[in-house]
Design a protein around this ligand. Structure first.
Ligand code: HEM
Length: 418
């Protein structure tokens, strides 16, 4: 019989208590999120986080079912009080008029989501197709500006390439590229919970600067159209597409914000994975035509975005769980991508892996990443270019230095020697 001197009996508990503990917010998960996610996927695949007030799903089949379910909502105002995603409904004071009137497609529901996404996607995909043949030139331009024998591949290569590409698609003036990059880095802070006051101030200033800039360019393009996406969007509006100026401005900014950090992380992650997996590197060098497969395997193995979410609109059963109306469901894209039920030997990084199931790095359903085709083209061109220019590229030090932003996993820096 237990007395006061007895050791406490083992307590059965969930391996983690909060969804945030699977992200870079927690130092252990920042260095390796996979151990915790695997434990959840195996022993607790539908876990209700009472702190963040969200369900947390980790199995591939459940994640796919949720992201593809078009009856689920996205707008954070649908979510129960106290849920972590409520922070997204709070607009920090001082945001420009556009942000009071409009939002990104990322958080819209139908019919507005479809109304805004359809013309935007139509114009954007035509621009991506036209850019395809010019992307190698942009990559070469970015790589040529690196002349040092040792450098940080994140800062010098993986950050500039996506910015240059999206700036050319949008039609940003070259002499404003520096500011544009600064605004993009500031505005993405809007997606992070737990911001400091200083970060919020930076987010507001950068978002407003971007909005002013896009509104100004839209006005200029109405008078003198150019060969760019801003001109396409104002033309579509003039031809009757039901889009307000604020919606165009915010969603052009969404293309910028949604695409930069993520594509940067994809490129630098793929380089690091190759440099730490010599047989894969040899295979890629022998056949650069594997660039597309390398991109897909990197997206599966360590995707740039940890999670996406949806809101349940009525009491129902989801993945066998009794989910109530207004509850939030977070799906772990990272855990789903390592699910052994669909990916044999999921922890092996293998660029020649047979595709047994689609990875979910880009989410799915109505909100599937609008930038996926561009990210794929850019990353493949960047990876081909990097290893063609620097065939002897190697890591300057073995340890990885991860960023600490929750929900976006990426390298803070990647020191390399050519
Ligand atoms: C490797 C790079 C990228 C990754 C991993 C990524 C991932 C994602 C994910 C997970 C979502 C949410 C999907 C869902 O909820 O089902 C998303 C949405 C979105 N992404 Fe990306 N993305 C990437 C690149 C880009 C690029 C290059 C752009 C733009 C140029 C972009 C713009 C957007 C936008 C605007 C949305 C919202 C779409 C909607 O809700 O309808 N992303 N992305």
């Amino acid at each position: 019989m237990a007395d006061d001197q007895s050791p406490a009996p083992p307590v059965a508990r969930a391996p983690i208590t909060m969804a945030l503990e699977t992200t870079a917010f927690d130092p252990a998960a920042r260095d390796n999120p996979h151990t915790r996610l695997a434990a959840l996927r195996e022993s607790c695949p539908h876990f209700r986080d009472e702190v963040a007030k969200t369900w947390f799903f980790t199995r591939h089949a459940d994640v796919r079912a949720v992201v593809n379910d078009r009856t689920l909502a996205r707008h954070p105002s649908n979510v129960e009080e106290g849920s972590h995603s409520h922070f997204l409904t709070v607009r920090p004071p001082g945001l420009s008029k556009s942000f009071q009137e409009a939002g990104s497609i990322l958080f819209m529901d139908d019919p507005d989501h479809q109304r805004v996404r359809e013309p935007l996607a139509r114009a954007f995909y035509a621009r991506v197709a036209a850019m395809k043949t010019r992307i190698e030139g942009v990559v070469d331009e970015a790589l040529a500006s690196v002349t040092a024998p040792a450098f940080d591949l994140v800062a010098d290569v993986a950050i500039p390439i996506p910015i240059l590409v999206i700036a050319r698609i949008l039609g940003v003036e070259e002499h404003r590229l520096g500011e544009f990059r600064e605004w993009s880095e500031g505005a993405i802070l809007g997606l992070f919970p737990l911001k400091s006051e200083e970060q919020t101030r930076i987010q507001v200033a950068a978002s407003n600067a971007l909005d002013d800039y896009f509104l100004e360019l839209m006005a200029a393009r109405r008078i003198a159209p150019q060969d760019d996406l801003i001109s396409d969007m104002v033309r579509l509006q003039a031809e009757g597409a039901p889009l307000s100026d604020a919606e165009i401005s915010i969603n052009l900014a969404s293309l910028l914000i949604g695409g930069n950090l993520t594509t940067t992380d994809l490129i630098s992650m793929a380089v690091r994975l190759l440099l730490t997996h010599p047989a894969q590197l040899a295979a890629f060098k022998a056949d650069p035509g594997l660039a597309g497969a390398l991109v897909e395997e990197t997206l599966r193995y360590d995707p740039p975005i940890d999670i996406t979410g949806r809101v349940v609109m009525e009491d129902r059963t989801l993945a066998g769980c009794p989910v109530k109306a207004r509850q939030h469901v977070m799906t772990s894209l990272r855990a789903a991508n390592r699910d052994p039920a669909v990916f044999p030997e999921p922890d092996v990084f293998d660029i020649r892996r047979a595709h047994t199931a689609p990875h979910v790095a880009f989410g799915g359903g109505a909100h599937i990443c609008i930038g996926a085709p561009l990210a794929r083209i850019e990353a493949a061109a960047a990876l081909k270019g990097i290893f063609a220019r620097w065939p002897n590229l190697r890591l300057a030090r073995a340890e990885a230095e991860w960023r600490t932003l929750p929900f976006f996993r990426g390298l803070a820096r990647l020191d390399v020697v050519v």
